[in-house]
Design a protein around this ligand. Structure first.
Ligand SMILES: [Zn+2]
Length: 282
C-alpha cells in the first residue's frame, strides 16, 4: 500500500500582499512562487521512491485558488497519510530576525507533533536558517490544518521580509535544501525505498568475446583437431589441401607458402606468430 502525501503550495499568484518586499527583492517575488518551487522540487525527489504517491492540492499553475474546504475534502477523500502545507512567512515589517517555523493545529495528535518537529529540525539542519524565534514549534488554529484526517503540518520556510532570511529564501539552493530536508523526513517516516534505477541499456555495436585458447605448435608429423583447424585456415587463405588432421607434405608446403606471403619466418612450423597471422582477417 502506497504512502500518500498531500502537498499544498500555499496561496496562489493572485493573493494580495503575499510577496517579498521591494526593499529586499526588487522583483517582489510572490510567496506562491517560493512555495511552488519547494513543492515542485519535492515532487521530483519523491518520484524516485517506490510506494509513495503525491497529490498536489493547489493549482500547479498558480492561476486559481481553491478554498480550504475544497482542499480538505480532496485530501480526506483521497485518504492521505500525511499533509504538508509549504509557506514562507511575513512579519509585515522589515526586520532582521525570522527563521523557519513549523505549525500543527490546536490539540494536535502526537503523530502530527512528531512530523512537525522532525520537519523543523531537518530543515534547520539542512539550511542553517534557525533564526531567533523563541517559538519555532507552534500549535495554532490555522484554517489550512483544520479537520484533516491525517497528520498535518504547515511549514513556514523563513521570512520574506527579514533582511537575514529573504536573500537566502530567494535562492534556488535554499529551495533545494528545504525540499531535500522535507523529503528526507517523509522517506524516513514512510520507510519508502528508492525505485530500482532503470538505466537505458546500451546496445552493444560489437560483441567482444575474449577467448583464451592455447595454440599448439604444429609441424610435419603433427596430428589431430588442431591440424584440421590449421588446414581449414590455410584453405581459407587460398591453399587447396585436404582437411584430414594429418600434417603431411601438402600441409607443410601450404604453410611455408603462407609464411612467405606474410613475411614470417619460413620454417614449416605453426607457432604463435603464424597462428596469429592465420587468425587475422585479411
Ligand atoms: Zn503563506
Amino acid at each position: 500500500m502506497a504512502f500518500r502525501v498531500a502537498l499544498n503550495a500555499g496561496h496562489y499568484l493572485g493573493t494580495v500582499g503575499k510577496n517579498c518586499p521591494r526593499q529586499l527583492d526588487p522583483l517582489m517575488t510572490k510567496e506562491w512562487v517560493l512555495n511552488n518551487r519547494v513543492v515542485t522540487k519535492m515532487q521530483k525527489l519523491l518520484s524516485a521512491y517506490e510506494d509513495i504517491e503525491v497529490l498536489r492540492v493547489d493549482d500547479p499553475t498558480g492561476r486559481t485558488e481553491q478554498s480550504f474546504t475544497e482542499k480538505r475534502k480532496i485530501v480526506n477523500d483521497w485518504g492521505a497519510d500525511f499533509y504538508l502545507g509549504v509557506h514562507h512567512n511575513a512579519a509585515d515589517k522589515i526586520f532582521n530576525g525570522g527563521g523557519i517555523s513549523a505549525f500543527v493545529t490546536i490539540n494536535p495528535t502526537a503523530e502530527s507533533v512528531e512530523w512537525r518537529d522532525a520537519l523543523y529540525y531537518e530543515a534547520v539542519k539542512e539550511t542553517g536558517l534557525k533564526g531567533n524565534r523563541a517559538d519555532p514549534l507552534v500549535e495554532r488554529d490555522l484554517k489550512e490544518l483544520r479537520h484533516l484526517n491525517c497528520p498535518a503540518v504547515l511549514m513556514e520556510c523563513g521570512f520574506m521580509d527579514s533582511t537575514v532570511d529573504c536573500p537566502q529564501i530567494l535562492t534556488e539552493e535554499y529551495a533545494d535544501k528545504i525540499a531535500k530536508a522535507f523529503v528526507a523526513v517523509i522517506v524516513e517516516k514512510s520507510g519508502a525505498k528508492l525505485k530500482l534505477s532503470v538505466e537505458p541499456q546500451k546496445t552493444p555495436t560489437t560483441v567482444e568475446k575474449v577467448v583464451s585458447i592455447t595454440l599448439p605448435i604444429l609441424k610435419r608429423g603433427s596430428r589431430g583437431e588442431a591440424v584440421r583447424s590449421l588446414q581449414t585456415l590455410l584453405n581459407a587463405k587460398g591453399a587447396e589441401i585436404g582437411v584430414d588432421g594429418s600434417f603431411g607434405p601438402a600441409t607443410d608446403k601450404a604453410l611455408r607458402e603462407f609464411q612467405e606471403s606474410r613475411d614470417l619466418e619460413i620454417d614449416g612450423s605453426c607457432g604463435t606468430e603464424t597462428w596469429t597471422a592465420l587468425l587475422t582477417k585479411e
